[in-house]
Ligand binder design. Structure first.
Ligand code: F0G
Length: 448
């Protein structure tokens, strides 16, 4: 049962089919280029798009906008220490700012970074340092229908293979992303985190946890990992994060905020090095690109994110959307992950070859059919990687309800009914950085 009520609402409208057709064409068949007002149900991302609580709104008023020594930063530090267990916090404007600060400190030309799966901005920041991002997912992560409680895990076998190939000296950083966003938001077990921490220590690498969705991950652990079935979400989060040398965090996810991020660590010299870089790129180390009020909202949001009532409702919302889709025979990635339902575009459009971006075609059809905006996380978003053609329907926190999800499921079912007539897409123009392709490339139907 949902443990909150809405006390503020925002109007949304479904544009006419003709308007949606025009908007799609204007956007170059890339939904990042749509005006948000032209979107009915926006499942592009769960990042910064959720609903803040009245406690968070109240905290905004307390924002201390001092350049140095802001008391809002002190409250953020307290929240990070209480919820995540790390004493040193280096703030940044959002997750990728924190990635730039941390990976710019730890990585250099010719290095290799290992990750269960790099998210797109992580991959780009590692590459931007002249380093090579190498994914180490477990094999079942790429199988949309296979069973598995922790398909987000880091494959140590894979990790050791890379060590043998390139040598431990070239791997200063090992990252674990919890939940594993690019692998369908699948959770990572605490046992896997322990083993990856040992692996990183053995090769003398800094062990970083990308903690964007740490609370959702902790909730899955309480459901699925025998050792933790009696534990609180807070206790699991503290235990799991505690194995890391450093965290990189986007407050826009499990910080339940619209903006913000940070690096956290228990290593004072790493914190000092990061602070120098945050001054260069983000701001003075007691605000790092956030306003005082942003830091207040984030401090409250972090505490709310580990409340069992909140996070169980959150995970159940995702399951509801997946169930409604499955009831209508829409192929979804199972088991369902933490923040999104991932559709299997290969199974939706078996007639489309990989080179014609079946995932992006599905994204466009969902918008055309019902004004629903999702995002492709397949060969369009990740060029030159071997991965399933997935479309992510990310659910903003505390925002949509069952009726919205029914509309999404009906929309997907209507697209599938006319699947045979859906054509593929080809790229018309793309940006220079391949890791960032899906944000701004423009496409056209292959038949055009
Ligand atoms: N790491 C992961 C695992 C992420 O999912 C994201 C963002 C980032 C880092 C970067 O954080 O957006 O605050 O700069 N993911 C969003 C998404 C954008 O839609 O999945 P950011």
């Amino acid at each position: 049962m949902v443990q909150y009520k809405a006390t503020m609402v925002e109007r949304i409208t479904l544009p006419s089919r003709a308007d949606r057709e025009r908007a799609l064409e204007r956007a170059g068949y890339n939904v990042f280029n749509l005006d948000a007002d032209d979107v009915f149900i926006d499942l592009l991302t769960d990042s910064g798009t959720g609903t803040m609580s009245n406690e968070q709104w109240a905290a905004l008023i307390r924002g201390d906008e001092s350049y140095a020594g802001s008391s809002s930063f002190a409250r953020l530090e307290d929240a990070v220490s209480d919820v995540m267990g790390f004493p040193h916090v280096v703030p940044a404007h959002q997750g990728r700012g924190a990635e730039n600060v941390l990976y710019g400190t730890l990585l250099g030309e010719g290095d290799v970074a290992l990750n269960n799966t790099h998210f797109d901005t992580t991959r780009a920041h590692v590459a931007n340092q002249g380093a090579d991002p190498v994914d180490c997912p477990v094999p079942e992560a790429a199988e949309p229908g296979s069973a598995g409680d922790f398909k987000g895990n880091f494959s140590l076998e894979n990790g050791w293979e890379v060590v043998e190939e390139v040598g431990a000296d070239r791997i200063p950083v090992v990252i674990q992303t919890i939940t594993n966003n690019s692998a369908a938001g699948q959770p990572v077990s605490v046992e896997n985190t322990r083993r990856v921490a040992e692996f990183a220590a053995e090769i003398d690498a800094t062990f970083v946890i990308d903690a964007c969705r740490f609370a959702e991950n902790a909730y899955f652990v309480t459901e699925r990992e025998a050792e933790f079935v009696e534990a609180s979400v807070t206790a699991v989060a503290r235990e799991q994060l505690g194995y890391a040398d450093a965290l990189v965090m986007s407050g826009k996810k499990d910080g339940l905020s619209n903006i913000g991020g940070f690096v956290a660590t228990d290593d004072p010299s790493l914190a000092d090095a990061c602070k120098q870089r945050t001054i260069l790129y983000e701001g003075f180390p007691t605000y790092g690109g956030m306003t005082g009020r942003d830091m207040e909202a984030l401090a409250v949001g972090l505490r709310e994110a580990v409340e069992r009532e909140y996070v169980s409702d959150r995970i159940n919302q995702i399951r509801t959307l997946a169930d409604l889709l499955e009831d209508r025979d829409v192929p979804v990635y199972t088991p369902t992950g933490g923040h999104a339902v991932y559709l299997d575009a290969d199974a939706c459009f078996p007639h489309l070859p990989a080179g014609e971006f079946p995932g992006q075609a599905l994204v466009c059809e969902l918008y055309r059919e019902g004004g629903v905006r999702g995002v492709e996380l397949g060969s369009f978003a990740f060029p030159d990687t071997d991965r399933p053609e997935l479309v992510r329907l990310a659910v903003p926190r505390r925002t949509y309800h069952r009726e919205h999800f029914e509309h999404v499921a009906d929309t997907a079912a209507a697209v599938l009914e006319r699947a045979d007539s859906v054509t593929g897409l080809s790229i018309r123009s793309e940006p220079e950085i391949p890791e960032l392709r899906h944000f701004s490339a423009e496409l056209e139907p292959v038949s055009a």
